[in-house]
Design a protein around this ligand. Structure first.
Ligand code: PRP
Length: 211
């Protein structure tokens, strides 16, 4: 009998798209959408699906409690995750951008740029590469507010449709990194459950080609 293949999936919009991918390949029969249950088990196919906060997906996969996970590249970069990135799933597309008021200057001699962000590591790494001193103000949400009230000069955040920026009178000053949803694997699981994981990747890729 197979060992279980266990997934950590993000609750919310990204998770809904992930479930859709499992529906496409006929693996989602155990998942009850709109349920408050956090774990679903498919005994027949030996699958387990855990639904966790998006920021926690990597923790479950790194620790091996989950063999596989689906999560945005933004979290992988911010967590500096020690996992294998197996497949781009083609949804959850957005980008990291620097945003601020139109005409905001990013480089000004002898001034330290103040940046509000939910992503301090991504921000630090990006500006370190170009040797620019910055001060990071870590926020947990509603980052667009920071420049409006003088908490920061600019923000580093995810931009998807651009409507949050627009609604707050801000614009993209510089695009940084493209983001999309990835299938990730625990390093040990990948070795020991290679055949089943490879089978999953093949099925997902095949569906992607057909659609
Ligand atoms: C995210 C992100 C931006 C917004 C971008 O925030 O941090 O604020 O979505 O999307 P848009 O370009 O389509 O407007 P989220 O909705 O997660 O809320 P938060 O600010 O509370 O983190």
């Amino acid at each position: 009998m197979y060992d279980y293949l266990t997934f950590a999936l993000p609750k919310g919009r990204l998770g809904d798209s992930a479930i859709q991918r499992f529906e496409w390949i006929g693996w989602a029969s155990s998942i009850e959408k709109d349920s408050r249950k956090l774990i679903f088990v498919d005994e027949q196919r030996r699958l387990r699906f855990m639904f966790v906060k998006p920021v926690d997906v990597i923790t479950y996969v790194e620790n091996g409690v989950a063999d596989l996970g689906i999560i945005g590249k933004d979290s992988i970069l911010e967590e500096e995750a020690d996992v294998y990135e197996l497949l781009d799933l083609g949804f959850g597309q957005c980008k990291f951008s620097i945003a601020g008021y139109p005409g905001n200057v990013l480089h000004q001699k002898d001034t330290v740029l103040k940046i509000a962000t939910k992503y301090p590591k991504v921000t630090q790494n990006y500006f370190q590469k170009r040797n620019q001193p910055i001060e990071i103000i870590k926020l947990n949400g509603s980052v667009e507010l920071a420049p409006l009230v003088g908490l920061s000069d600019v923000i580093v955040d995810i931009v998807e449709t651009g409507s949050t920026l627009k609604a707050n009178g801000l614009v993209i000053l510089e695009d940084m990194i493209d983001i999309s949803a990835k299938l990730i694997a625990n390093r040990v699981s990948y070795r020991f459950k290679y055949d089943r994981i490879k089978g999953l990747i093949d099925q997902l890729e095949l569906k992607e080609e057909v659609l």
